[in-house]
Design a protein around this ligand. Structure first.
Ligand code: AMP
Ligand code: GLY
Length: 426
């Protein structure tokens, strides 16, 4: 089977690395990919938003499966395009149809869905631009901190957590009246603040049955001790020690199973990953958000722990026979440390030469923002540059191994957090 992966980050490198190990794989293409994905397949310079060009490519290369890494193409309906075109309808697409992708594409849609199917989540109310006064009045009725969420996709920046009411009122006004996040904030969800520790859980579903994948914790803030600005993620650890059998039982029965059942009841066609962003409030899991894709940097610790053939699982998703498949996981810890460009998540330079990759031993390197320059050097090409993933029976040893190799790799301005996993050690 020839496969085309869409995306260019560490998640897509992890997917390419894993799919390349499958005996079922024919040719692997990644659009656009990075300097790491090109070790496992062919990077292609293809504008995947241009459906006519995408169709030509898929037909000319006899691509049998499209694996969509990020959410935006799914929310924009890439799967629907394939399904509706008779020449493409047989191509398996890993990722939900547009309507189901609303679980990530609209916070209000996701909240309504959770309410309808009794899935635990923070209490909330939604306001549109004509309801600013009602929204401001609502803020007076809830306790701080105030959680304001732009309804639509806002590149991870649409959630504001604000300590005082005057500021929350100003932000709500900016979002609803002044379109602070453009069309994404034409509706705003105001949500109860939940206090606890976050965890990312993942399933693969064919729309009928599901398989639970390893869970992970990611580290969103730039600074040690979870301080400073939010990033795309500074690393991840899998498994998560507090997600024991009892907790995961609650997640499966209270959250995963009702979500998949709800999708079926609503007639929402879903084939792909569901990412449950959860918060553990005194032992009880609540949903903070749904994503319709794998996490990044969670993929860089979760995917290596899947021992089964991922392409075989994807084919089960495509054929609707996932219930016949088994997911075997590596019991060891996997830790992914993200090396980022100096200045990230603010402004940063690109094009810095990355050295030391050949010296890495005992870890897996997943490229995120890298590319090969004209002289064949690997150079930085984004904020998040490289993830260093290591395995061990103990969390401490896996982290130690990742940190040894994180320091062996060099590029001007390199930064990484040195405290990953510290919050999980017993
Ligand atoms: P999201 O973009 O939905 O992932 O939200 C970004 C981050 O905001 C989450 O990872 C949480 O850390 C935080 N967050 C979102 N909703 C809540 C909530 N209701 N209570 C506390 N923290 C929240
Ligand atoms: N690591 C969080 C995300 O992928 O959205």
């Amino acid at each position: 089977m020839n496969v085309l992966i869409i995306g260019s980050g560490g998640r897509e490198h992890a997917l390419a690395w894993k799919l390349a190990q499958s005996t079922l794989l024919g040719r692997l293409y990644i659009a656009p990919g990075n300097a790491g994905t090109s070790m496992h397949g062919e990077n292609v310079n293809l504008d995947t938003d241009n459906y006519a060009a995408l169709k030509d490519f898929v037909l000319s290369k006899a691509v049998g499966m499209l694996v969509v890494g990020p959410e935006a193409p799914l929310v924009n309906g890439i799967h629907d395009f394939f399904k509706a075109d008779p020449e493409l309808a047989d191509v398996m697409v890993i990722g939900p149809l547009k309507e189901a992708a609303m679980l990530e594409g609209s916070k209000d849609f996701a909240k309504e869905f959770m309410m309808k199917y009794n899935i635990p989540t923070a209490s909330y109310a939604t306001f549109n631009a004509d309801e600013l006064d009602e929204g401001l009045a609502y803020l007076k009725t809830v306790n701080p901190p105030y959680v304001l969420k732009a309804d639509g996709l806002a590149a991870g920046k649409g959630v504001l957590i604000i300590g005082n009411r005057e500021e929350a009122e100003a932000e709500l006004t900016a979002m609803l009246r002044d379109a602070k996040f453009g069309a994404a904030s034409s509706k705003v969800v105001i949500e109860e603040f939940l206090s606890g520790i976050e965890i990312s859980c993942f399933v693969l579903t064919d729309g009928r049955s599901y398989k639970i994948l390893p869970s992970a914790k990611d580290y969103k803030r730039i600074g040690e001790g979870d301080t400073g600005l939010n990033t795309g993620g500074m690393g991840s650890v899998s498994p998560v020690p507090f997600a024991d059998a009892e907790f995961m039982q609650k997640v499966e029965h209270g959250i995963i199973a009702p979500t998949v059942r709800g999708l079926i009841d609503e007639g929402l066609e879903y084939k792909g990953f569901i990412f449950f962003g959860l918060i553990n409030v005194e032992g009880e899991p609540f949903v903070i958000e749904y994503n319709v894709r794998m996490g990044d940097p969670e993929a860089e610790s979760v995917i290596p722990r899947i021992k089964s053939d991922l392409l075989k699982l994807f084919i089960g998703v495509g054929n609707g026979t996932l219930d016949k498949e088994q997911v075997e996981t590596d019991p060891r810890y996997a830790t992914a440390i993200m090396l980022v460009s100096g200045g990230y998540p603010g402004d940063y330079d690109k094009g810095k030469i990355v050295d030391g990759l050949d010296e890495v031993e005992g870890s897996i390197i997943f490229h995120a923002g890298t590319k090969a320059d004209d002289d064949g050097n690997v150079v930085t090409n984004g904020g998040r540059v490289i993830a260093v993933t290591s395995f061990s029976d103990s969390l401490e040893d896996a982290l130690r191994q990742s940190y040894v190799n994180a320091s062996a790799i060099s590029f001007e301005g390199k930064y990484y957090r040195r405290d990953l996993g510290a919050d999980l050690k017993e």
